[in-house]
Design a protein around this ligand. Structure first.
Ligand code: CA
Length: 225
């Protein structure tokens, strides 16, 4: 990832815009924000962002589809749609508007940043990913392939289990509270019981056995050795 690439967020919901801003900031991106379609079109012209995250349901006459069409007249800037509904996904796929990808709300921080990274990498034309294979205990976690293996044998994990494992691996040696794990694996906008983490940890332990060297710190959280 090139540092400090500029991402334009076109989103009328200030809560979602703030979250996206936070996720991308953590991911190392600069952001600017437009809260309607016309402002988005103007921001692409004036600020020349490296990528546009584009909400579909926007106020003020131009929806996300309109904005994308207007952008495409003059600009090849990569566009990722942020969709809220399945029928919007169908339109994104059907219209071939020149969108590079889409994410469906609610999305996790990891998912969003991964999509942005992937699209920017593709757009910049060099496809050399950072090293994304982790060897931990008897486990191999391959981020590019979204795969976890014990030795040569792949292990089937749900998406949540995978995200949780990755959060633990990325913070290896550190104690993480259940809240921190929820934030990382489920997203900071996720509202729910922290015991959800315990349930998923239990499933990981069943599936990964001794290969998962995970310590439970009573009353605090978890730490991967
Ligand atoms: Ca909206």
């Amino acid at each position: 990832m090139t540092d400090q690439e500029l991402v334009l967020i076109v989103e009328d919901d200030p809560n979602i815009a703030d979250l996206v801003d936070l996720y991308l900031g953590k991911g190392g991106y600069r952001t600017i924000h437009a809260s309607n379609g016309a402002a988005g079109v103007a921001a692409v012209r004036d600020r020349r962002p490296d990528l546009v995250l584009l909400d579909i349901g926007l106020p003020g006459g131009l929806d996300g589809f309109d904005v994308c069409q207007q952008l495409r007249v003059h600009s090849n800037v990569p566009v990722i749609f942020m969709t809220a509904r399945d029928d919007e996904v169908d339109r994104v796929m059907g219209l071939k508007l020149g969108a590079d990808d889409y994410v469906v709300k609610p999305f996790s921080p990891r998912e969003l940043v991964a999509r942005v990274e992937a699209v920017l990498r593709r757009a910049s034309g060099h496809d050399a990913p950072r090293s994304t294979v982790h060897e931990v205990g008897g486990l191999t976690i391959d981020e590019d392939r979204h795969e976890v293996r014990i030795g040569d044998k792949p292990v089937e994990l749900t998406r949540r289990e995978y995200d949780l494992l990755l959060a633990l691996v990325e913070n290896r040696g550190l104690t993480l509270t259940r809240r921190q794990l929820l934030d990382q694996a489920w997203g900071v906008d996720w509202i729910g019981d922290e015991r959800t983490v315990d349930v998923h940890v239990r499933q990981l332990r069943v599936k990964l056995g001794e290969n998962l060297q995970l310590h439970t710190l009573r009353g605090t959280g978890y730490r991967l050795a």
